[in-house]
Ligand binder design. Structure first.
Ligand SMILES: Cc1cc2nc3c(=O)[nH]c(=O)nc-3n(C[C@H](O)[C@H](O)[C@H](O)COP(=O)(O)OP(=O)(O)OC[C@H]3O[C@@H](n4cnc5c(N)ncnc54)[C@H](O)[C@@H]3O)c2cc1C
Length: 366
C-alpha cells in the first residue's frame, strides 16, 4: 500500500483507469476533469485489436501485453463498480482482395488464413470483392461508450477517488524546476491553485495545450451506429478505412473517419458521413439498409509515430499517459499498470522498463 497523493489531469479513459488503479494501491487521488463527454473514451469503437490493426514492433508488443491483462483489469473494475464493462470475445475478421494481400499483412502470422468460402461462413453477406481474410480470434471488443466508462467512474468512486468535474487545468506550476501544482478554473470561472508533487497528464488530444513540447495532435473521427437484425453479424469486420463492431444489444458501431486536417473542429460533416456509408456498402452491402441510430465524433490523441507517450515527462513530478491515438482502449490496461508501478516505485519487469523507454516522450528527437 502507498499513501502517495496524485493529481490526475483529465478524466477521460486514461485518467479514470489510472485513478482507479492508483486508488486500489492506496494512493490518495484527485481527478480534474474539464468536460466528461468530450473524452474519446466515450467515442471509441472499443476494438481490442493489436493484430487486426496490423500493428508492428514495440506498439504490437505493447498491445499484446495489454490484451493479456484486459480480462483481469475488467474483472477488477466490475468487482469495484458492480457494473458490467461489456467485454466480448467476438474475434475480428480482416478481409482482403486476394490471398497475396492477406499473406503480406503485418500480423498475418497471428491469424487464421481464410479463403472466400470460410470468409462467407464467418461474415454472411460480405461483398464479393473480398476473396480472402484473416481471423484474429484473440482480438475482441469492449463497450467503452455505454458500459466501460460508466463502470470505471463508479469503480473510482467506490475506491474513494475525489472528482472535480468541470475543472480545467490552465497551467502547470514549477518551482526549482519541479512540479509543485496546477492552476485551475472551475465552471463558474473561479481560479484556484492546487499544490501537488505528483501529477499524471491524461488530457488526451488536448495534452499539448498544457505542455507544448509534447508532439500530440488531434485526429478527428466520425462514427455511426446501426440497428441490425439480431445475430446478423457475429464478428467484428475490420476493413480498410471502415469497421463494423457488433454489440450485444443488436447495435453495430461503424467507424471511423480519420481527419487530421479537421484540427479541433467539432461536429459531423456530410462528407464524413458519406464516406462511412461508402465503407459500409463496400464491406457488407445489406447493411446500408440497416437503420442508423446515432451519430457522433471525437478526437484521437495522435503522435508522429502513432504510439503513446508514457512515463516521466519533461518536468520532474509530472508523469505522462497520453497520445494513444486509435488504440487507447486496447492500451488502457498496460498503461495503468506501467504508470502505477512507476509512480508508486514498485519493482517492474525488464519488459516494463523496456516499454517505458520505447514510449518515452522525447523519443522523436533521436
Ligand atoms: C472515432 C474514434 C474511434 C476509436 N476507436 C478505438 C478502438 O476501436 N479501439 C481503441 O483501442 N481505441 C479507439 N479509439 C482511441 C481511444 O478512444 C483513445 O485513444 C482514448 O480514449 C484516449 O484516452 P485519453 O484519456 O488519453 O483521452 P480522452 O478519453 O479523450 O480524455 C481526455 C480528457 O481530458 C480532459 N481534458 C483535456 N484538457 C484538459 C484540461 N486542460 N483540464 C482538465 N481536463 C482536460 C478532456 O475533457 C477529456 O475528458 C478511438 C478514438 C476515436 C476518436
Amino acid at each position: 500500500m502507498s499513501n502517495e497523493q496524485v493529481l490526475i489531469l483529465g478524466g477521460g479513459l486514461m485518467g479514470l483507469a489510472i485513478a482507479h488503479h492508483l486508488a486500489r494501491r492506496g494512493c490518495s487521488v484527485t481527478v480534474l476533469s474539464r468536460r466528461r463527454n468530450e473524452a474519446a473514451g466515450f467515442v471509441a469503437a472499443g476494438m481490442l485489436a493489436p493484430h487486426a490493426e496490423g500493428l508492428t514492433g514495440d506498439l504490437l508488443r505493447l498491445g499484446q501485453l495489454s490484451l493479456e491483462r484486459i480480462p483481469r483489469w475488467v474483472a477488477q473494475i466490475e468487482a469495484d463498480s458492480g457494473l458490467p464493462c461489456g467485454l466480448r470475445a467476438t474475434g475480428i475478421v480482416v478481409p482482403f482482395k486476394d490471398a497475396k494481400e492477406r499473406d503480406r499483412y503485418a500480423t498475418a502470422a497471428f491469424g487464421e488464413a481464410l479463403n472466400r468460402q470460410r470468409l462467407e461462413q464467418l461474415l454472411p453477406g460480405i461483398a464479393p470483392d473480398w476473396k480472402a481474410g484473416l481471423l484474429f480470434d484473440q482480438d475482441g471488443q469492449i463497450d467503452n461508450r455505454r458500459q466501460l466508462m460508466r463502470a470505471l467512474e463508479s469503480a473510482c468512486v467506490d475506491r474513494g477517488v475525489n472528482f472535480q468535474e468541470g475543472v480545467e487545468v490552465l497551467n502547470l506550476l514549477k518551482h526549482d524546476g519541479r512540479l509543485y501544482g496546477v492552476r485551475t478554473r472551475d465552471s463558474e470561472g473561479l481560479l484556484s491553485t492546487l499544490t501537488c508533487t505528483k501529477a499524471v497528464l491524461c488530457s488526451g488530444a488536448w495534452s499539448a495545450q498544457l505542455l507544448p513540447e509534447l508532439p500530440v495532435f488531434p485526429v478527428k473521427g466520425q462514427m455511426v451506429s446501426l440497428q441490425t437484425p439480431r445475430g446478423a453479424l457475429r464478428h467484428v469486420i475490420f476493413g480498410p478505412g471502415t469497421y463494423l463492431v457488433p454489440r450485444e444489444d443488436g447495435l453495430v458501431v461503424v467507424g471511423a473517419t480519420s481527419e487530421p486536417e479537421a484540427g479541433f473542429n467539432e461536429g459531423l460533416t456530410p462528407q464524413g458521413q458519406k464516406s462511412l456509408n461508402q465503407g459500409i456498402a463496400a464491406l457488407l452491402p445489406d447493411a446500408v439498409n440497416w437503420p442508423p441510430m446515432e451519430r457522433w465524433w471525437g478526437f484521437r490523441p495522435c503522435t508522429p509515430d502513432e504510439g503513446p507517450l508514457l512515463g516521466q515527462g519533461p518536468i520532474p513530478g509530472l508523469w505522462l499517459a497520453c497520445g494513444h491515438h486509435r488504440n487507447g482502449v486496447l492500451l488502457a490496461a498496460i498503461t495503468t499498470e506501467l504508470l502505477a508501478d512507476a509512480i508508486t516505485h514498485q519493482a517492474t519487469s525488464s519488459e516494463a522498463t523496456r516499454m517505458l523507454h520505447a514510449f518515452r516522450w522525447d523519443r522523436f528527437a533521436d
